[in-house]
Design a protein around this ligand. Structure first.
Ligand code: NAD
Ligand code: G3P
Length: 344
């Protein structure tokens, strides 16, 4: 492990971003526009070279000009050396292996910032748990950033807020300052479990909305799925110790609204393709990028089962994506369930 400067170090905060996809690149821009010194690590030499020399990432963020100060490299040790804050934006299911490979180069004492929205298959762990385990760092060194944050809109500097959640107040405050700029406003929260579950499960609900819209259903159906989806997320979160207020906030209702409404969302788009009749392989290819809800639907449902929590919309999505449930049977599966009071 390399040593890194303490909080009192002079000059701009030294940050790194792991992953040169749409959100990693956009968050690097957010940090740079907040005054941080930013280096990115990616797997593709071509993408890294383009970010450093042409200040663009045409593969993942076409048409966007990046701050000229951002550099990118495939050399993880060089990127990580001396960084106080390291944001992680690789697909959730690859986080563990990616980070295990970077463990020796991890800057001692650095804050890991999870930008990922998923639950790990097999372990059913949230990303902050996966990060802490795979890097061998305490969980309070991990801070989560999650909210209604469609990458392209933020890359276009459209005004957006987010939630910065963690259990070490000083680290949370430093991350909030590090990503605060004229178009990006962080709010802080101590409810890591709630914020992470909101981010992961809204992707599953967005797939359900996409499927409904792909089948030609209108806004009554959309509103029904979003509202009952929020009930599902809240129910699971409460069972896992999250705070009720988190679910009505930016990471919960806010992100659910953005993801379920926007054609920019990969999860929504994938669901729409499924609703229009494509199979999962075809829909994945037509969507491009990482639709996290495809895999997280299964781990979320497992997590819910282990805690005795009912998640019918998530179960229906798992049924359609992974168990051969015909799309046409999804509405029947949900509407024919036994009647119940709304607040249960
Ligand atoms: N795109 C958004 O608008 C957005 C916003 C908020 C949060 N997120 C979350 O951020 C995370 C990353 O999303 P993204 O949009 O940047 O995804 P992306 O698909 O655009 O990019 C993922 C990046 O990870 C790399 N990668 C893929 N597989 C890898 C592996 N096995 N090992 C190492 N690197 C690998 C890819 O090369 C790419 O650079 C996801 O969890 C997503 O839910 C995305
Ligand atoms: O493109 P999606 O579906 O991964 O959604 C992107 C962000 O999570 C929206 O906040």
């Amino acid at each position: 492990m390399t040593e890194q400067p303490g909080a009192a170090a002079q000059g701009p905060l030294r940050a790194a971003v792991l992953g040169t996809g749409a959100w990693g690149t956009t968050f690097a821009m957010v940090l740079a526009d907040a005054g941080c010194d930013v280096a990115m690590w990616g797997r593709s030499p071509e993408v890294c070279d383009q970010i450093t020399t042409a200040h663009r990432n045409s593969r993942n963020l076409a048409g966007i000009e990046l701050p000229a100060t951002i550099s990118a490299s495939t050399d993880a040790a060089a990127v990580l050396e001396g960084r106080e804050l390291v944001a992680i934006a690789v697909p959730s299911q690859s986080a563990r292996t990616t980070l295990a490979g970077l463990r020796d180069a991890w800057p001692a004492g650095a804050t890991a910032v999870s930008l990922m929205k998923g639950v790990e298959l097999g372990t059913d762990e949230r990303m902050s748990q996966v990060i802490a385990e795979s890097l061998g760092i305490p969980e309070d060194h991990v801070v989560v950033v999650s909210g209604p944050n469609l990458a392209r809109e933020i890359a276009e500097h459209q005004p957006t807020a987010t939630v910065v959640a963690g259990t070490d107040p000083e680290r949370v405050a430093r991350v909030a300052v590090a990503c605060s700029n004229p178009y990006f406003r962080p709010y802080t929260n101590t409810d890591v479990v709630g914020v992470e579950l909101c981010g992961a499960v809204k992707n599953v609900i967005a797939i359900a909305v996409g499927i409904a819209q792909g089948r030609g259903f209108g806004l009554n159906t959309t509103a029904t799925i979003i509202t009952r989806g929020l009930v599902e997320i809240t129910r699971l979160g409460r069972a896992l110790g999250a705070e009720a207020e988190t679910f009505g906030g930016l990471a919960g209702l806010g992100d659910l609204m953005a993801t379920c409404a926007s054609p920019l969302s990969r999860n929504h788009t994938l669901g729409r393709h499924i609703g229009q009749g494509l199979d999962l392989r075809e829909a994945t290819a037509a969507t491009g990028g990482t639709a996290e809800g495809v895999k997280s639907a299964t781990s979320v449902l497992e997590l819910a089962a282990r805690h005795g929590v009912e998640m019918p919309i998530t179960a229906a999505v798992v049924g359609v994506l992974h168990e051969g449930l015909p799309v046409a049977d999804m509405a029947t599966m949900l509407l024919a369930r036994p009647k119940k009071a709304e607040r249960t």
